[in-house]
Design a protein around this ligand. Structure first.
Ligand SMILES: Nc1ncnc2c1ncn2[C@@H]1O[C@H](COP(=O)(O)OP(=O)(O)OP(=O)(O)O)[C@@H](O)[C@H]1O
Length: 234
């Protein structure tokens, strides 16, 4: 039985003219269902490449990626599209909301194309935006926009919530409220969450920490007692 997420000896190379860059050089790690996992490492270590492969936005050159018992690395382009659409929720650093749609419409747009969506308004209430549903992104603060983006990802009812530097554009205090929302979502709904960050201070709150350096996993550890977000200092 493999883990819920199982990366095994994954290699990814990018060719740029004559030059070949090995972004991932044999990456192996596991994440169990319902865990809050943190992938940490310096700039250029390969974090985004890992997330892109895990989310079906990119494919690997060697190795195996299994999610929920299915070999994603063997998918055709068409299967990858369905996988991205139905199984993966993405949260990005810069929210990527549609500017001329309200918060509610942004969430509905994403969930409409999924087979088992949650009710958009209910999810927005769950992320603390009861009173902001009919506002446009430009009328919301950065933290509120990120909440909309999280609601949009969650409303798809995905198997995996993938977050790429979700607090990168926010001040520290707002960033912590977003991290708390992600941790609470993981605890309350059993959602498997993977967050990538360059900030080592965040690792204390993860159930599992995967440290990436130079395209390899330098260490993987489990936290027996993950810290609450409030106790983190940076
Ligand atoms: N599309 C691409 N074409 C060419 N090289 C790429 C591409 N994407 C990533 N790389 C290279 O692969 C390596 C890993 O990049 P990646 O973006 O995964 O790192 P990262 O850890 O996410 O960094 P950061 O924290 O700066 O986003 C880097 O050397 C990068 O330049």
């Amino acid at each position: 039985m493999s883990a819920f997420v199982d990366f095994k000896d994954v290699v990814k190379r990018y060719r740029m003219g004559e030059v070949e860059i090995t972004a991932l050089d044999g990456v192996s790690f596991q994440v169990e269902q319902g865990e809050f996992a943190i992938v940490v490492g310096p700039s250029g270590a390969g974090k985004s490449t890992i997330l892109n492969i895990l989310g079906g936005m990119d494919s690997c050159d060697e190795g195996r990626v299994v999610v929920d018992g299915v070999e994603v690395s063997a998918f055709t382009q068409r299967q990858l599209t369905t996988y991205r659409r139905n199984d993966i929720g993405f949260v990005f650093q810069f929210y990527n909301l549609v500017q001329n749609l309200t918060a509610l419409e942004n969430v509905e747009l994403a969930s409409e194309i999924c087979p088992h969506p949650l009710e958009a308004a209910a999810v927005l209430r769950g992320v603390g935006l009861t009173k902001r549903m009919n506002n446009f992104p430009a009328q919301l603060s950065g933290g509120e926009q990120q909440r909309v983006a999280i609601a949009r990802a969650l409303a798809k009812n995905p198997k995996l919530l993938l977050c790429d530097e979700p607090t990168g554009a926010l001040d520290d205090r707002t960033g912590k409220t977003i991290l708390k929302l992600l941790q609470d979502t993981c605890r309350k709904s059993g959602m498997t969450v993977v967050v990538i960050t360059h900030n080592h201070a965040l690792t204390a709150m993860g159930d599992r920490v995967i440290e990436v350096r130079d395209g390899r996993v330098a260490a993987m550890k489990r936290n027996a007692r993950p810290a609450s977000v409030e106790s983190l200092e940076w």
